[in-house]
Design a protein around this ligand. Sequence first.
Ligand code: XMP
Length: 327
Amino acid sequence: MADKRPETMERITTPELANAFIDEQINEIKEQVGDKKVLLALSGGVDSSVVAALLIKAIGKQLVCVHVNHGLLRKGEPEQVIEVFRNQMDANLIYVDAVDRFLDKLAGVAEPEKKRKIIGAEFIRVFEEEARKLDGIEFLAQGTIYPDILESDDGVKAHHNVGGLPEDLQFELVEPVKLLFKDEVRVVGKALGLPDNMVYRQPFPGPGLGVRCLGAITRDRLEAVRESDAILREEFAKNGLEGKVWQYFTAVPDFKSVGIDENGKRTFKYPVIIRAINTKDAMSATVENVPFVLLEHITNRITSEVENVNRVLFDLTPKAPATIEWE
Ligand code: XMP
């Protein structure tokens, strides 16, 4: 398949158009792959999940999915990948618990870009180790989408997550959604029967909660980020903000403040920062006007349910001057 979207290609907006695309891709994948095996790094994000579901339909157990849990995923994500792909779709799924490896590598590293580099490099190393254990893999599937191609400078910039594998592990690529825009990938995902919270999920950075556990990552603050993020997502969903607000999450800084508990005793714990923003292209962003009563309710829940936290802040800053993430 060429890397340029034909001008005649209709935008996929309906289940019928999605089904036609799915049938066409199943044929193309079968033709390309034959009886060979295909490897896929399955993060549980929209793009890799749609590619996995397409390939499972086309070639079933010839697809080997590798899900690397680096410890920086949101609450419930690894479990959902296992439930949807292994239990419901009967996929060949290798689950790698690499939590300790990643957290050990990241220990004491406070500089945001250094953290990103470590997470990216370690991901490739874990994936490479899994790939080497497998025999007879000839293809690598990737969730490349059209904006990735448009954004990569003439193929100079590696545009997807497993670019960077060593020379002797270069596979032929299978990229069935590479001509689709994000909204089309979602329509196809829905037609493939993936759950709504997978298909319509908000953007989530590759380094995951790693860039929201500010400064040097510690397990207690990482847990506070994960638990407070889960509460925020639950409350936004319950109150009609899911799907309306473009991106929302929590971050936990690496300092403590003084507080007081219900028995009047002094506490010294971390704050949680709530961020909720709207944007078209992530280049600039405005802050969502979240109802004050909802913020009060979320604050109550976070301070009573999340360990090591005694204060909640709401980030009022648009992009620019702030960026969307804190790191
Ligand atoms: P910033 O913080 O730059 O974020 O305003 C813009 C959008 O990009 C996401 N983001 C990342 N995504 N790897 C990613 O895959 C990263 O290292 C990364 N950093 C930021 C961010 O969540 C927002 O949607």
